[in-house]
Write a protein that binds this ligand. Structure first.
Ligand SMILES: [Zn+2]
Ligand SMILES: [Zn+2]
Ligand SMILES: [Zn+2]
Length: 158
C-alpha cells in the first residue's frame, strides 16, 4: 500500500452497503480480489459494535458460513484488509474493526473504553501532523503512528 502523507479534507465516513461498496472498490483498485470469504469477513467486521479479536471474528465467520473456517485464513484476510485500509487494528486491544473511510488514509486515533470495550474512531490531523513532526525532528521516519487513548466512554461514565 502506498504511504500517503496526512492530509486535510472533508472525508466521508461510510456505513452499511455504501461502506461495503467502497471497501470492495478499494480492494479491487489495489488488484486484490473480493472473494465470498473476504466478503463474509468484511460483513462480520461491519456488524461489530466493538473491536473484536481475530479469534472472535473466526468464530463469527464460521457461524455465518455454517462451516468451520481455519483461524489462519482469517488472520491472512485481516492482515490484507489492514494493509489495504479497509480494516483497522486497535493495537492496545489486539482487535480489529472496520475502517469507515476506506477511500483515504489517515493516522486514525482510537478512544478505547476499558468498561465496554468499544473504540471510537476519530481523525485529528493536527495531532498526527505534530507526532510525525516530532518523530522527524528526532531523525525518525514515522511510518505508522499508533495513537490510542484508554479510558471510559460517555455511556460507561453515565
Ligand atoms: Zn480522509
Ligand atoms: Zn480514521
Ligand atoms: Zn464504554
Amino acid at each position: 500500500m502506498a504511504s500517503l502523507a496526512p492530509h486535510n479534507h472533508d472525508h466521508r465516513k461510510l456505513a452499511g452497503s455504501a461502506l461495503v461498496t467502497a471497501a470492495r472498490a478499494t480492494m479491487l483498485a489495489a488488484g486484490e480480489q473480493w472473494t465470498d470469504m473476504r466478503a463474509a469477513v468484511f460483513n462480520v467486521l461491519a456488524g461489530l459494535d466493538a473491536p473484536a479479536s481475530a479469534y472472535a471474528i473466526t468464530d463469527a465467520v464460521s457461524t455465518a458460513l455454517d462451516r468451520r473456517i481455519a483461524a489462519n485464513s482469517i488472520y491472512r484476510i485481516l492482515d490484507l484488509f489492514v494493509a489495504n485500509n479497509v480494516a483497522l487494528r486497535v493495537e492496545s486491544a489486539n482487535a480489529y474493526l472496520v475502517n469507515a473511510h476506506p477511500e483515504c488514509l489517515h493516522d486514525c486515533l482510537f478512544l478505547v473504553c476499558d468498561g465496554c470495550g468499544k473504540a471510537t474512531h476519530v481523525d485529528d490531523e493536527a495531532i498526527s501532523t505534530q507526532i510525525r513532526a516530532t518523530a522527524a525532528a528526532a531523525g525518525f521516519r514515522a511510518e505508522r503512528p499508533v495513537i490510542e487513548v484508554r479510558g471510559r466512554c460517555a455511556a460507561c461514565c453515565a
